[in-house]
Design a protein around this ligand. Structure first.
Ligand code: UDP
Length: 405
């Protein structure tokens, strides 16, 4: 099939770990690669954020990344992109009307991509599949006044849910949220993200570590809702272990990152600064080395739309201690592949970490079950196959093109 991915802010070619570059970038890259490997033609449309980028870049994984001119050709914060979505859709419409390559289906990632996709899809007669990746209702609930999303985000998300041809939700929690927003359940199909089982495998090189000291790894963009502060506080109750934090800006720039400085100050005040190491952003291809170096992965977000990092750790055969939120409740089987604890509870987190560190046999059993679960349930090939079924179903429905002057 000819498949257009729309990922307005998250380019599959971006360096990960920065404030707006994380799971969606990985997801779009891996999904596109898996679809290309299955013989489909995939083009990923993302916003041009530098003047010197070619219009089309061929990724080594067999899909094209197309840079769409919409707004200034420079980095723009995700939450400031909405005014440029009209230009984004106009650019798509012009290309597709030009006719050299017209998709059979559009898969939009994130709500603003959905808006551009819906306008372009309606005018060219191409069906739209929507994956939200994150929902404004959830963000507002947890971030309150700190949420910088555009004011109408939630109503746009609701409207999108009612208008697109199909919603692909990534976990059961998301389905519940959407239903509570007033989106009909019948419009949704649950297809979880996959994990790259070649990159994330138990065997392979591992990052160096201090002999005789347990290592806890935690990974993610350095933003408050990822719960790194809870992890640092928990470390005070887990003596003799070190905690490595992967993510954020590159190591050399950590000093200038306000959140990294806050974390370091907190580690200082908890008396664990010598055991908490921030290593900054790590290239995606090196992530396996870090997971494999750890005794366990801690994922302690306040909320998590899907959460790739627990799954990546599981694929490497690393047990997870996670908070019982969002997608983590689907990927981690409590008491089988890891332990789940309430969010924002350093005591509960520390108790779960210590309990696992003290029990080598349980760690081994979790590791085996975690790898098995990742391998059998979350391969990208299987995810791509299920999505192609969805794409084919929506593409089989004939729809009129609505031309707006
Ligand atoms: N990641 C990375 N380098 C880093 C930090 C994170 O490659 O320094 C990757 C990580 O392996 C995962 C993604 O970024 O694939 C984060 O996805 P997740 O779903 O955990 O969080 P999100 O960023 O979507 O909130």
């Amino acid at each position: 099939m000819r498949i257009a991915m729309i990922s307005e802010h998250a380019s599959p070619l971006a360096v990960l770990g920065g404030e707006d570059a994380g799971g969606q970038n990985t997801h779009v890259a891996e999904l596109s690669a898996a679809l290309a490997a299955a013989g489909h033609e995939v083009r990923v449309y993302t916003r041009r954020d530098a003047p010197d980028l070619p219009v089309t870049v061929r990724s080594p994984d067999g899909y094209d990344v197309v840079h769409v001119s919409a707004g200034p050709a420079e980095p723009v914060a995700k939450d400031a992109l909405l005014p440029h979505m009209r230009e984004f859709s106009a650019w798509l419409i012009e290309r597709w009307r030009g006719g050299d390559w017209v998709p059979e289906v559009i898969h939009a990632h994130f709500w603003m991509s959905g808006l551009a996709a819906l306008t372009a899809g309606r005018q060219t007669g191409v069906p739209v599949v929507q994956t939200y990746h994150a929902l404004g209702t959830v963000k507002r609930r947890y971030q309150g006044v700190q949420d910088t999303s555009p004011a109408r985000r939630v109503s746009y998300e609701r409207e999108l849910g009612r208008s697109v041809d199909r919603i692909v939700a990534q976990c059961r929690d998301e389905v519940g949220e959407l239903v509570r927003m007033g989106v009909p359940r019948s419009r949704m199909t649950v297809v979880p993200s996959g994990v790259n089982l070649a990159t994330f495998a138990p065997l392979g090189p591992a990052a160096d570590r201090e002999p005789g000291r347990a290592r806890i790894l935690t990974v993610g963009r350095l933003v408050e809702r990822k719960g790194f502060q809870t992890v640092v506080r928990a470390m005070a109750l887990v003596p003799d272990a070190e905690c490595v934090v992967v993510g954020g800006p590159p190591e050399g720039l950590l000093e200038t990152d306000p959140y990294a400085r806050r974390l370091r100050a907190l580690a200082e005040s908890c008396g664990v600064a010598d055991r908490v190491h921030l290593v900054g952003a790590v290239p995606r291809e090196e992530m396996g080395r870090w997971y494999r170096s750890a005794d366990l992965l801690v994922a302690a977000p306040w909320y998590e739309p899907f959460g790739l990092t627990p799954l990546e750790a599981m694929a490497c055969g690393v047990p997870v201690v996670g908070t019982a939120v969002g997608g983590i409740r689907d990927t981690v089987v409590d008491g089988t592949t890891g332990d789940l604890v309430p969010a924002r509870d350093p005591q509960a987190l520390a108790a779960a970490i210590q309990g696992l560190l003290d029990d080598r046999i349980r760690r081994f059993a979790y590791a085996t079950a975690a790898r098995e679960r990742a391998r059998t349930r979350y391969s990208w090939a299987a995810t791509a196959e299920r999505l192609v079924e969805v794409y084919s179903e929506v593409a089989a429905v004939r729809r009129p093109t609505r031309v707006v002057a």
